[in-house]
Design a protein around this ligand. Structure first.
Ligand code: S6P
Ligand code: ZN
Length: 207
């Protein structure tokens, strides 16, 4: 017995963590998923103008105000991005709206480390989780308050709002997952979610 006490591993690896001691606890409103502002919470907003090439009808997209906010993300990343073994937590709010008949949606991504998975859970609104495998097979899962979704490895994902109020969901993903947006910018998803006579319908993408 040496009498020494081993520190928990995370304290030995301070450089990998954001340093404030409060960084291991945050508060979220469970009705809306809104995280209280804190230095560790990153807030981003994506406008229509930043979603070039994402919506199918490019001329309808060009005719709209590029400053319109399509979605907002709050992400709590208590570890440095890329560290293995950690988890991140975030809320996504997708505004209601359409570009021509295509619902407002997130950019979508594969995880850079393709075998990394993720959970999504819906807090408010109506929409769809759009999923695509590496062969471009695309399908959806309905998102309504209380739905919980597991995103398997090697599956690209994006969220579309098919309703008239903001769609709010929380997500939890590995800190070393990373995001590959390039693959989506280049080839998109295999199908687009369109409003067809008032109902969401997955229609194969134009190639
Ligand atoms: C992260 C997770 C979400 C998305 C967010 C925005 O792995 O899937 O937090 O980042 O929904 O979507 P995107 O495609 O712009 O990252
Ligand atoms: Zn993800």
């Amino acid at each position: 017995m040496t009498g020494t006490v081993s520190l928990p591993k995370w304290e030995n690896e301070q450089a990998l963590y954001h340093t404030r001691s409060e960084a291991t606890m945050q508060r979220m409103n469970w009705a809306h998923g809104v995280l209280e502002p804190a230095p560790e919470i990153r807030e981003t907003a994506r406008t229509l103008g930043q979603l070039d090439g994402i919506f199918q009808n490019a001329s309808a997209w060009r005719a709209m105000d590029p400053g319109i906010v399509v979605y907002r993300v709050q992400a709590w990343c208590p570890l440095v991005e890329g560290v293995e073994g950690g988890l991140f937590w975030g809320t996504t709010l997708v505004e209601p709206g359409q570009v021509d008949s295509e619902y407002f949606m997130t950019h979508g991504h594969f995880h850079a480390k393709r075998d990394r998975t993720e959970y999504y859970a819906t807090l408010e609104g109506e929409g769809a989780l759009i999923l695509m495998d590496e062969s471009r097979k695309t399908w959806t899962e309905p998102m309504t308050r209380g739905s919980v979704h597991f995103i398997p490895p090697r599956i690209a994902h994006r969220v579309a709002n098919c309703g008239s109020v903001p769609l709010r969901c929380v997500a939890c993903w590995p800190s070393d997952a990373g995001h590959d947006y390039e693959a989506i910018r280049k080839s998109g998803f295999g199908a687009q979610l369109l409003n067809v006579n008032g109902e969401p319908k997955l229609v194969p993408s134009r190639t």
